[in-house]
Design a protein around this ligand. Structure first.
Ligand code: PLP
Length: 254
């Protein structure tokens, strides 16, 4: 049985964070492991509070787990604090973990801050060089590079700049231009463009689901470009059949 580990925040709706990642891993037939790196108070309308998990406690969770079960792939989501970023980097180095997917979660779509300002620089300097893949959306790519992204050319420029920070592959998600969506994959040599059709509405946790799907597929031995395509198809279906069970954003059908 292949295994994938998520290091992420909790989400009581199950639409994002740890709870969503575990559902996605299960969908792909990969055994899901989880380490909680932050806690959120939220529903489908808003994130009303966040709380850090102490760095030492994140380290203890990682060491205790990985000394027992070594993940075939891992992803990070909402890390919130610098201490969380440091704890993950330390474990990835100490255990020489491969197939690290970083979803550089900065803000929720409702506007809540999910990564503290000082942690952003550390994420770039400490964790990005260890990554197989990073999966920023347009807003995150803009926050990480300072490039305002309004078309596919801007996405390419941001991907090239992010590549300089050390990840093997950059996937910028959620380009919405005219009637199309665009996921841009850049490995330092070639741009792959995955196009899709726009689907109306507000959906919660699409970034989490995408990065978890990439991690699950890497755990299964899929090449990154194919994993990106598989993750895109998966999220598109999960959006098409989303649940409208809360008062706010729809929840993905995973
Ligand atoms: N809560 C947690 C724990 C998350 O990790 C994320 C996104 O990564 C969110 C909330 C926000 O999700 P969305 O912006 O899709 O609503």
């Amino acid at each position: 049985m292949k295994t994938a580990l998520t290091i992420a925040g909790t989400d009581p709706t199950g639409g994002a964070g740890v709870q969503a990642d575990l559902k996605v891993f299960h969908h792909f037939g990969v055994y899901g492991l989880s380490v909680v790196s932050a806690l959120t108070v939220q529903n489908t309308e808003k994130v009303s509070a966040t709380s850090r998990i102490e760095g030492a406690l994140i380290e203890a969770q990682l060491n205790t787990l990985i000394n027992d079960i070594r993940p075939d792939a891992l992803k990070t989501g909402m890390l919130l604090s610098s201490d969380a970023v440091r704890a993950v980097a330390k474990a990835v180095r100490a255990y020489d973990l491969h197939n690290l997917v970083i979803d550089p979660v900065v803000r929720s779509s409702s506007g809540a801050q999910l990564l503290e300002d000082e942690a952003l620089a550390l994420l770039k300097s400490e964790l990005f060089p260890l990554a197989e893949v990073i999966t920023p959306n347009i807003d995150e790519a803009a926050a990480l590079t300072g490039i305002a992204i309004s078309d596919a050319g801007d996405m390419e420029e941001a991907a090239q700049e992010l590549k300089q920070l050390g990840p093997e592959v950059i996937i910028i998600t959620g380009g919405h231009f005219k009637e199309e969506t665009l996921e841009l994959v850049y490995d330092g040599r070639t741009f792959h463009r995955i196009r899709g059709k726009k689907i109306k509405g507000e959906y919660h946790g699409t970034g989490c689901a995408f990065s978890a799907a990439v991690a699950a597929l890497l755990a299964r031995g899929t090449l990154v470009a194919d994993a990106a395509r598989g993750a895109k198809d998966f999220v598109e279906k999960a959006i098409t059949h989303a649940y409208d069970i809360g008062k706010g954003m729809r929840l993905l059908h995973v």
